[in-house]
Design a protein around this ligand. Sequence first.
Ligand code: ADP
Ligand code: MG
Length: 360
Amino acid sequence: MSTGATTDGRLPTAGRNAVWYDARAAMPLLSVRHLSTGFPMGNRWVPAVQDVSFDIAKGETLALVGESGSGKSLTAYSLLRLVPPPGRILGGEIQLEGRNLMDLPEAEMERVRGAKISLIFQEPMSALNPVLTIGSQLVEAMTVHGLGGANPRATALELLATVRMDDPARRFAEYPHQLSGGLRQRALIALALCCRPSLIVADEPTTALDVTIQAEILNLLRQLKHDFGLSLLLITHDLGVVAHTADRVAVMYAGRIVEESPVRALFKAPAHPYTQALLRAMPGSTHSARRLEPIEGQVPSLQQMPPGCAFAPRCAWRHDACLSEVPAMYAVSEGHASRCLLVREAQQLAADHAAGLPTD
Ligand code: ADP
Ligand code: MG
């Protein structure tokens, strides 16, 4: 299979970069390769998600992080083949348990949405039916999927207890508008669990909630992942949410993944200048100065993507090559890669040094 994370022939160490994400565990639950999704603008298709590749193992949480407009939600919708028209998937592969979802007939895709991948949104009201009680929505969802057993009401009550609803019997009989934001999000999580999915895609699940409730919901997701062996794609614009919830992080900028890393390595040694800038802007981070530094400049618009690295116009480290060449993902360490020419240069210097060549 050809991939975008190509080997750079010039480098003696290029082997390290060869499709670095393909060297992972035998069969990930979800494997996304070269996903591009875009919109028609004028007479062409403009990608808003471009060449996105990542894996999620069984029981693993991958956080997809980036500023608003970086393409996180579109990535999520693409996984479910629910890209809002006139947008559409322009290319790539999405393998779930070894099946390419792109090839499935719509009826089968429907079953995947119901039974394998559940989506949780930022605003639970939009996903809950306002005229049905929480209990009847759960019972209905279980019935549709042929689950729930002989006594769906009892199973629904159990689910409400699983998502740590206080007084499940009372909540069972309540309507969505009677619940607080946090309880509504719990109800939505219960609904997402109805079909026993293997993957939950949570798109900014705590963004609308206050900090205490946010922590409770993240705790709950962590617990569910542990108890049910669920995999989680946690989408957030908030790096603070990531540290205690995710195993790995993929940072998105202007439609591309620019850095991917185990969570600890990302916070300890961020490799991409954009991630470094995000961390400097994060309150309480060890990388932040006492005063928060906003990232200067703006995210480029889809119609005016710079030809090289999309972050180059805002990057303090840019040089000429960055303005014309889109970098590949270069391996920094085990499982950690950065879409930045600086990494390639560092590797080049190290290789020259090892070969006894002058390094300047
Ligand atoms: P995020 O979730 O990271 O905030 P989105 O995935 O929602 O970002 O959107 C990524 C980009 O795709 C946006 O910046 C926008 O330019 C474009 N986009 C999203 N929806 C539409 C649409 N319906 N029509 C045209 N462009 C869109
Ligand atoms: Mg979004």
